[in-house]
Design a protein around this ligand. Structure first.
Ligand code: G3P
Length: 213
């Protein structure tokens, strides 16, 4: 899978979020490869009508009086949720509870891990995916596949086969994706490489090509 995180980039909000979602959906259809997106909360509803969409975070709370929180039961129209992104870290007990609640709502779960030890810990919750992203490489030009291939190899051992493995941070090219897949990842988690690309369509296409046949 290619999972594209829109974060809070201006290049990927509102109409631009919709535009990127349409491009990604078309490429996913043409290639028969799974492409999904993680837009800002405000754009979730509209984007989810175009492509498989994940919420960037949820708190493990039941419906009720929780001003400012977003909860699994409210995003149950989506494909899934992302938890514990390094830009939105969570307590381990909250990750465990949120995974459980998301599963009960029929949502897929992507738990982020900043290293192999955390990947090992969160894999015990059996999410759909564990996404390993070394924080120091996020938003940079050197990919996890190039700078930290050993992390991918080690993560494969602790995450699979119960969950699938995504890797991310600095992924920008077809080669980065090919290398990640060659090392055992099931896909990549990408943000700036797509949302800040000069040619978003071409970039998504290349990244999808990197996933292989
Ligand atoms: O969620 C994916 C992300 O943290 C990777 O960011 O900009 O390095 O692709 P980026």
């Amino acid at each position: 899978m290619l999972l594209i995180n829109f974060k809070t980039y201006e290049e990927a909000e509102g109409e631009k979020a919709v535009e990127i979602a349409k491009i990604a959906a078309a490429i996913s259809k043409e290639s028969s490869k799974r492409v999904a997106v993680v837009p800002n909360f405000v754009d979730l509803k509209e984007v989810s009508e175009i492509i498989e969409t994940f919420a960037p975070h949820v708190d493990p709370l039941e419906p009720g009086s929780h001003t400012g929180h977003t909860i699994p039961a409210i995003v149950d129209f989506l494909k899934g949720v992302v938890l514990n992104h390094s830009e939105y870290p969570m307590l381990i007990k909250d990750i465990e509870a949120a995974v459980q609640m998301a599963k009960e709502e029929g949502l897929e779960t992507v738990i982020c891990a900043n290293n192999v030890a955390v990947a090992r810990a969160v894999a015990t919750f059996e999410p759909t995916y564990v996404a390993v992203e070394p924080p120091g490489l996020i938003g940079g030009d050197v990919s996890v596949s190039t700078a930290k291939p050993d992390i991918i190899k080690e993560a494969v051992k602790v995450v699979k086969p119960k969950s699938k493995l995504l890797v991310g941070a600095g992924v920008k090219t077809k080669k980065d994706v090919e290398k990640a897949v060659e090392l055992g990842a099931d896909g990549v988690f990408v943000a700036s490489g797509v949302v800040k690309a000069k040619d978003v369509r071409l970039t998504i296409k290349e990244l999808v090509d990197g996933l292989g046949r």
